[in-house]
Design a protein around this ligand. Sequence first.
Ligand SMILES: Nc1ncnc2c1ncn2[C@@H]1O[C@H](COP(=O)(O)OP(=O)(O)OP(=O)(O)O)[C@@H](O)[C@H]1O
Ligand SMILES: [Mg+2]
Length: 357
Amino acid sequence: MSETPSPRLRPTNPSGVLYMGIDLGTSRTSVAASNGVRESVASYVGYPKDVVAKKALKKDVLFGDEALGNRLALDFYRPLAGGVIQHSDGDGSNPDAKRFLKATQDLIRHAISLARPKQDELIYAVVGCPAQCSLRNKSSIVEAVRPVVDSVMIVSEPFSVAYGLDLLTDCLVIDIGAGTTDLCRMHGTMPTADDQVTTPFAGDHVDQTLLELLKKKCVGAAISIQMVKDLKEKFSFVGEKRDPVAVDLPVNGKPTRFEVAAELREACRSIVPSMVDAIHQLIASFDPDFQSRLKNHVLLGGGGSQMGGLREMLEVEMRERLGEGRVVRVDEPTYGGANGALKIAHDMPPEFWEKVS
Ligand SMILES: Nc1ncnc2c1ncn2[C@@H]1O[C@H](COP(=O)(O)OP(=O)(O)OP(=O)(O)O)[C@@H](O)[C@H]1O
Ligand SMILES: [Mg+2]
C-alpha cells in the first residue's frame, strides 16, 4: 500500500505494514495477521468493580474467558450484540454508548496486541461486520478501531469468508454467528445490498430459546445463559436421529439429572426456517441461468455451522423448496472470516482504505 502513514505512528525506522484481518464477532473476536499470527479471544471485557477486585485480580482490564471466569468481580461487557457495537444506533450521546464503545476499543486493542505487532509497524486492518450493518453501525466500528490502527476497511462477514476461500463466483455463503446469520451470494464482483441478507436468528437466539425451554422442562433448576451455551456447543444437533443428552443442573444447590435432547433439538432448529427463507430469496431473485450453480454451491461457515445435521437438513429443505441443493461446511469456522479479511487486506488497492488519523 502506498499511502501516507498517520503522524501518530509514523515509523522512525519503518519495518513496513502489518496487515490484519479482524473478525469482530458477537461471541469471538479472531485476528489473522500478515506475520503469520492467528489468535482468537471470546468477545468479553471486564473492569474490576472496586479496589478489592482490582487488588485480587491485579489488572485494570480482563478479556475473554478470563473476564468471563471472574465476571462477578467485574463490570462485565459483551460489547457486541446482533453483530454490532451495542447502543451504536443512537447519536452517541447515551452514556451506555460511550461505555460500550470504550469496551469495544479495549477489545480491539487487545486483539491486535495478540498479533504482536512490532513497535514501528503500521497497522492496516480489514474488519468484518454483518452483511446488512447500518452506516451508523459501520462508522462506530471505524471509531472503535481508529485509536489502534492506521488504515481500516469494513467488509461484510460472509463476503470475507468467501474471499478467503477464493469462492468468488456463483456461490452462496452462510455465516452463522452468535448475533446474526449472514448470507451473501457471490457472482464474480463486489456483492451489493441485494446480494446479502442478515437475520437475527443465530447462536444467541438458540441459547435464549433453549434457556426458555429448559426453564419449563427442568423445574426448580438454576440455569444460566452460559450453562446453556456450553450445553449447546457440546451437543447441538438438528437431525431426526437423537441420542439422549443428560445434564446435571443444580436444584436447590444439588446436581440433578435431566434429559434434554428434545429441547436441544427444538432450540437448534429454531434458526433453520429463517435461514431457508433467506436462501430461497437469494436464489429465486438471481439470474435464472445461474440459479442452479448457486444452489449447488452453498457454503456454511461461522461457529453455528457446527450444529450436527444442519448441512443435511438444509439440503433436504432446499430440495423440497428449490428442487436441488448442495451444501458444504467450511473447514475452519473460527478463522474463516479473519483469514478472508486478511486476504482482502493484501489485495485491495490504496483507494479502498480509509485513513483514520
Ligand atoms: N459446536 C457448536 N454447535 C453449535 N453452535 C456452536 C458450536 N460452537 C460454537 N457455536 C456457536 O457459534 C456462535 C459463535 O460463532 P462465531 O464465532 O462465528 O460468531 P461471531 O462471529 O462471534 O458472531 P457474529 O458473527 O454474529 O457477530 C456462538 O453462538 C456459539 O455458541
Ligand atoms: Mg461472525
